[in-house]
Write a protein that binds this ligand. Structure first.
Ligand SMILES: [Zn+2]
Length: 82
């Protein structure tokens, strides 16, 4: 199994988080994602932009990108993709 966010392979005994069927992410990416979610909810633009850039700089798989767009829609952050 590989992290769909950063492309890193799952290590033995490591637990990945399943965001949706076939969309699994590693602990580090999960942390960044939750920090991003919090920053958006707190309307901390500087922090959310920084974390957004961090997420997008990784080797995102297409299915992760699609999931991320939906995630942003739920957070009301969709304008970022335009
Ligand atoms: Zn990852």
């Amino acid at each position: 199994m590989k992290c769909t966010c950063c492309g890193r392979k799952k290590k033995l005994l490591e637990s990945f988080e399943e965001l949706e069927k076939d969309i699994n992410i590693c602990v580090e990416c999960s942390k960044v994602l939750y920090k991003y979610q919090d920053a958006v909810k707190e309307k901390n633009v500087e922090e959310s932009n920084k974390l957004f850039a961090e997420i997008k700089a990784k080797k995102n798989e297409k299915k992760f990108v699609d999931w991320f767009i939906k995630f942003q829609e739920r957070l009301g952050e969709i304008d970022k993709n335009k």
